[in-house]
Design a protein around this ligand. Sequence first.
Ligand code: HEC
Ligand code: HEC
Ligand code: HEC
Ligand code: HEC
Ligand code: HEC
Length: 371
Amino acid sequence: MRFLLITLFLTVVVSAKYLSNESCKECHEDIYHEYQSSMHSKSYFNDELHRKIANKVSDKRYECASCHMPMADNLKDLIDGKAKPDKNNITHTDAISCYFCHTIAYVKKAHKHFVNIKAKQIEGFKPSFYGTLKDVDHNDKHESLKNPIYTKNVCKGCHAYKKNDYNTTIFRAMKDDDSSESCIKCHMPKVKGGVENFDKKSRFFHKSHRFLGIHDAKFRQSGVDINISVKDHDIKVRLHNKMAHPLIVQPARVKYLELILIRDKKVIWRNFKIDPKEDQKIFFEYKFYDKNHNSIIIPSQAYGIKRANNLNAHESKDFIYHGIDLKKGDTVIATLYVRFAKRDCQKVVKLKDDIFKRSYIIKSVKKVIKR
Ligand code: HEC
Ligand code: HEC
Ligand code: HEC
Ligand code: HEC
Ligand code: HEC
């Protein structure tokens, strides 16, 4: 009887075990390190911007968990305000974890956002992970299942869109029937190195898990084309969004274009004097209003969108500046910048990290006038 109880206890524990990110490192070391440097490894505990905004939204409920802490073993309690994020709970600190992403079976449309539906794992057996490799090597930690639906849906559950309690869309990066395959193409390029440490199939490449985005100086240059042309007294700048999503996805951010004209090493003209906001048409942002139509910073409390200046996926726009004194030999420089947390945002949450204190260059191009 005692023996039976012990084995029963063991089976339950084994089947309910969550496989941590750290546990994957034993065999998928390269992927693990890439992942650790990615935003997906950032959780409530080490993403200052997210934590501070989440605390402003509610000091009791952590509704953000469904996307920001999706593996939480007490997800419902976090959302309902019966539990708080706990830095000693691995299912909380693991953020958007390996185990979570690789067990997404499909996504379901819901009003506020898509919902990730996880594959049921059979008690007492090794978990099954979805992937795209053909003819995988067997291992003692998990089964591998090739699933074409997986790559179509894997990003959509969290990245497609989000609405708040007042039916205001906070962000939309994808259309409902967009496939995640395009996201994977740009954000998970093939890189050198095996899939697994003891690669018996001699696979020499794997899909990068760094998920580079706006935080990487080199990668972020690839999202837009900037073209300058001049005619008589006009400067025309064409901005083309090459990405499969709008230029602004995250409402905390702002992106803006600075144009300068240089003659004899001196700046003789600029499209704004001090604050890029002076030139509204090149100031890309999302602004919300509250129930009295006043501007509001925290999107969760918004009743609607006050201003949305954006460039849609694959859209181009021209910005023309008239009446400028242009001479042969002058140089026009156009630079697109990003601020990770716009100034308005800093008025409601105090951010310590230096990255929130300045603007970063996305891309800069120049043209010397020859005529
Ligand atoms: C539907 C899924 C979803 C929900 C729910 C959600 N988020 Fe997010 N959040 C995302 C995604 C996807 C990103 C990354 C893309 C982006 O930056 O918009 C993100 C990014 C962020 C960022 C930017 C982080 C950084 O360091 O730049 C902040 C801030 C944020 N979320 C706040 C919140 C807060 C606060 C809540 C809860 C009130 C919440 N989110 C709920 C999906 C979600
Ligand atoms: C004991 C070693 C080992 C551990 C630990 C391990 N894996 Fe694997 N994994 C493998 C091997 C071997 C393969 C097959 C690689 C191949 O065929 O090239 C694999 C393949 C995969 C694949 C690809 C599946 C496919 O069909 O495309 C995924 C996804 C995966 N592992 C995820 C994980 C995750 C997530 C963890 C941690 C929770 C993990 N693995 C832990 C050994 C391991
Ligand atoms: C479980 C929800 C979830 C899933 C699934 C998911 N993401 Fe994310 N992703 C997030 C959240 C949340 C963030 C922001 C994390 C933060 O900043 O704290 C994020 C951030 C990102 C970023 C921003 C990186 C940066 O530095 O700007 C990229 C790119 C990204 N995800 C791509 C993807 C792709 C591609 C997929 C599909 C293969 C995917 N994500 C699947 C939730 C998810
Ligand atoms: C043609 C390449 C390309 C495709 C396709 C693409 N992206 Fe991006 N994405 C980028 C680049 C480049 C950046 C960084 C530059 C920027 O944000 O201006 C970026 C930025 C992001 C960010 C960070 C936004 C922020 O401000 O935090 C997220 C999240 C993201 N992409 C998710 C996705 C998802 C989800 C898909 C699939 C619908 C996708 N991307 C498709 C190139 C691409
Ligand atoms: C945001 C979701 C997401 C997270 C988090 C994630 N993966 Fe993946 N992973 C994918 C997708 C999507 C693919 C398939 C890409 C493809 O083949 O097109 C993949 C592929 C793989 C593969 C197969 C390699 C290949 O080249 O196809 C392995 C192994 C793997 N992941 C392991 C891990 C491990 C280990 C972690 C954590 C350290 C992790 N993944 C975290 C989405 C994710």
